[in-house]
Write a protein that binds this ligand. Structure first.
Ligand code: ATP
Length: 295
């Protein structure tokens, strides 16, 4: 049996993000279009005695990521082990490249990657049933546990419709010097709405199939409420638009601001760093999800 496997846990962006009504459970329903980026963490899982997680790398916060038991990647391995009674021990190694708390789904990408890695080595693979384990871990985790680069997601992110991925485009991620806690962003949104939620609408599949259509749909309900507290978010979106971005908005619940550019027209990173005054990561949208490599 294979005892070790690795994969790149790719970040995601939301091309569309609507927050709908709050369920009686306290969770908000969402309606979103997920798309993977090439930017990702390197994740390796080894099957061995004991349980451990080691996170390092350029995007690790100075204060670390807390105790192992709170790490989403560790929790996903525990969930897998409890579901099928295997493995009793694992060692997870993560090289972080995805900014933490940036709305790029870093923790969820790691969790989804660990589920895929374990299932690839498993004596009793769960296949599509992996999504049942992913759903309780967070709204981004089911998508991150699939091999689809783009999907429409609704409910708590556990209802997914795979979409044909759009051709890869250059993406610039402007990283402000603060993180946004997802819980805060939901609180601000609820405050601003005073009980009202978005009304009836219909999504046209044709619009989801081209960058031109997506540019007309692209919106993020968190953008204006986060920008109201952190004006830098609106400033960064303006800078990205001025540099030629066809789409510029907050990523997920922030704090990263994303810009998607035409293939022929990506701005040089150095000029964006100068104009925004902040760290910028250049990446691309991805047309496919990285395959698991068995060691
Ligand atoms: P979300 O929208 O789910 O809050 P995010 O994309 O904004 O996520 P993450 O990088 O996933 O940001 O980090 C959010 C929180 O999750 C941080 O407080 C971090 O400490 C915690 N966390 C737990 N496990 C991980 C992990 N493997 N990688 C990064 N953060 C993690």
């Amino acid at each position: 049996m294979t005892r070790s496997a690795r994969v790149v846990a790719q970040a995601k962006i939301n091309l569309l993000l609507h927050v709908l009504a709050r369920e009686t459970s306290g969770y908000h329903a969402i309606e979103t279009v997920f798309l993977r980026l090439e930017l990702g963490d390197d994740v390796r899982v080894r099957i061995e005695s004991g349980r451990s997680i080691d996170c390092r790398g350029a995007s690790m916060p100075a204060e670390g990521l807390g105790v192992p038991e709170s790490n989403l990647a560790y929790r996903s391995a525990v969930a897998y082990s409890e579901a099928i009674g295997w493995p009793s021990g694992f060692a997870i190694e993560i090289e972080k490249r995805i900014p933490v708390g940036g709305g790029l789904g870093g923790g969820s990408a790691d969790a989804g990657a660990v589920l895929r890695l374990l299932d690839a080595m498993s004596p009793r693979p769960l296949g599509k049933n992996l999504l049942e384990l992913a759903a309780p871990l967070g709204a981004d985790v089911p998508f991150m546990a699939t091999e689809h680069a783009m999907a429409l997601g609704w409910g708590r992110g556990e209802r997914l419709l795979a979409l044909p991925p759009l051709p890869s485009r250059p993406v610039m991620l402007a990283i402000p010097p603060f993180a946004i806690a997802t819980r805060d962003a939901y609180g601000w949104l609820a405050e601003s709405r005073e009980g009202c939620v978005p009304g009836a609408t219909i999504l046209d599949p044709a619009q989801l199939g081209s960058w031109g259509g997506i540019a007309q749909l692209a919106t993020n309900d968190f953008h204006s409420v986060v920008a109201a507290r952190q004006p830098m978010v609106a400033e960064l979106a303006d800078e990205l638009r001025a540099a030629g971005a066809a789409i510029a908005m907050l990523s997920g619940s922030g704090s990263t601001v994303l810009g998607i550019f035409d293939e022929a027209d990506p701005p040089p990173v150095a000029s964006l760093v100068r104009s925004t005054g902040h760290a910028v990561i250049a990446t691309r949208t991805s047309e496919r999800v990285a395959a698991v490599a068995l060691d």
